[in-house]
Design a protein around this ligand. Structure first.
Ligand code: NAD
Ligand code: MG
Length: 396
């Protein structure tokens, strides 16, 4: 029985994780649930799953949750950074699902890695911001990091077990691998007339053709910044050189990524686009459990198609690939700028196409900084957010 803590329990990945847990009640125990401020969602989760702990980052949300919990609910409500750290590093916590959205997920995810936990990593932003330090810390602490992001999970499944055991430090070429083929659907605007892109609304941007996800990652999929962040994520997980990574648009989202070998073989991982598959894979690895996902029916699949990404349609993808070349300062700044820009877009303050402009201008301002610790990274993240805010103010 694994005791699990879910960071980002009230979100889309949180819900999928709990659904897999319900399907496998003898293997997993809901030890802790963590969310930001959604009291009603957390209350419902506490009543259904009876976790030992429910942690709300927002203090007043924690107070409210405490007052609403029915008497027969065993859950202890906590708040504050120390309590969160205590929960993820608790000796009774075996596994941490890292599914807080954005930079806010970095510190608790990093704490879990430092404590040597089994970390199921959905929060790609943590690797974008701190990849080198993150993987180095995991190696030192003996933490097991397993990729939940569907593409990285697919790549992981297509790699030899010897490479799987050396995540972050593997030598792909020495294992006969020539390329990692990172696939992406192209999102809702893959064939939208380019002249109309600037008028696209948050509702249109969040209307992903294949996946149901939280608002931030949905907008990132529409700009393909998501694939850019995943490019950086892959760089750290699989220790890749830029030329070993290729991005391929595959609109049906049935192949979730591929690994190409020196001898001409290409190994792909396929399945219906449902995050419960990679989540279940990480939860039970190296075993397999019931995920509750409908099996892929090849007689209904029809066509599988592929094309090259067009950077004039998806400038954010190119920016992220450039940032990856530039290094950790650039990827941290880009991540922060993008979070601020996406938030402003979702609030209706800027146009869809402004997101790429803001990211470009912030990336242009990157300077060499020493990034030796999480504190250094958080400081740079804060500065980049301020830069992005001022770029947005200048736009309006
Ligand atoms: P979501 O918006 O649905 O949920 C976000 C969760 O994070 C919520 O529980 C929220 O309470 C919590 N949260 C937000 N701000 C917080 C803060 N400051 N402190 C603590 N908790 C906070 O997001 P999602 O779609 O579930 O995505 C979560 C992460 O997983 C993201 O990093 C995303 O890139 C990654 N991911 C998601 C999917 C997907 O299908 N949804 C796929 C791959 C990767
Ligand atoms: Mg993904």
């Amino acid at each position: 029985m694994q005791n699990m803590v879910i960071l980002g329990a009230t979100g889309s990945i949180g819900a999928s994780t709990l659904s897999v847990m319900v399907n496998n009640p003898t293997d997993f125990h809901v030890y802790g649930l963590v969310a930001n401020a959604s009291v009603n969602k957390m209350l419902a989760l506490c009543i259904t799953h009876q976790p030992d702990y429910a942690h709300m980052v927002d203090e007043s949300a924690a107070m409210e949750l405490k007052s609403l919990l029915p008497r027969n609910c065993i859950t202890q409500v906590t708040t504050g950074t120390e309590a969160l750290k205590a929960l993820v590093t608790d000796s009774r916590t075996d596994t941490v699902m890292a599914a807080i959205v954005g930079a806010a997920g970095l510190v608790p995810t990093f704490d879990a890695v430092k404590a040597g936990k089994r970390v199921l990593l959905a929060n790609k932003e943590a690797l974008v911001m701190s990849g080198e330090l993150f993987m180095r810390t995991a190696k030192a602490s003996g933490a097991t990091v397993l990729p939940v992001d569907s593409e990285h999970n697919a790549i992981f499944q297509c790699l030899p077990t010897t490479v799987q055991a050396q995540l972050g430090y593997c030598d792909l070429a020495a294992s006969g691998i020539s390329h990692i083929l990172l696939t992406g659907s192209g999102g809702p605007f893959l064939s939208t007339d380019l002249t109309t892109l600037s008028a696209m609304t948050p509702t249109q941007a969040c209307n992903h053709p294949n996946w149901s996800m939280g608002p931030k990652i949905s907008v990132d999929s529409a700009t393909m910044m998501n694939k850019g962040l995943e490019f950086i994520e892959a760089r750290w997980l699989f220790n890749t050189q830029a030329e070993q990574l290729k991005v391929i648009i595959h609109p049906q989202s049935l192949i979730h990524s591929m690994v190409q070998y020196r001898d001409g073989s290409v190994i792909a991982q396929m399945g219906n686009p449902d995050m419960r598959t990679p989540i279940a894979h990480c939860m039970s690895y190296p075993q397999r459990i019931e995920a509750g996902v409908e099996p892929l029916d090849f007689f209904k699949v029809g066509q599988l198609s592929f094309c090259e990404p067009d950077f004039s349609r998806f400038p954010c993808l190119r920016l992220a690939m450039q940032a990856c070349e530039q290094g950790q300062e650039a990827t941290t700044v880009l991540n922060a700028a993008n979070e601020v820009a996406v938030d402003a877009f979702l609030k209706g303050h800027i146009r869809f196409t402004d997101i790429a402009d803001i990211n470009y201008r912030c990336l242009d301002s990157v300077q060499q900084t020493r990034l030796d610790s999480i504190e250094d990274i958080l400081q740079l993240d804060k500065q980049a957010r301020a830069t992005a805010e001022s770029v947005i103010n200048a736009l309006n």
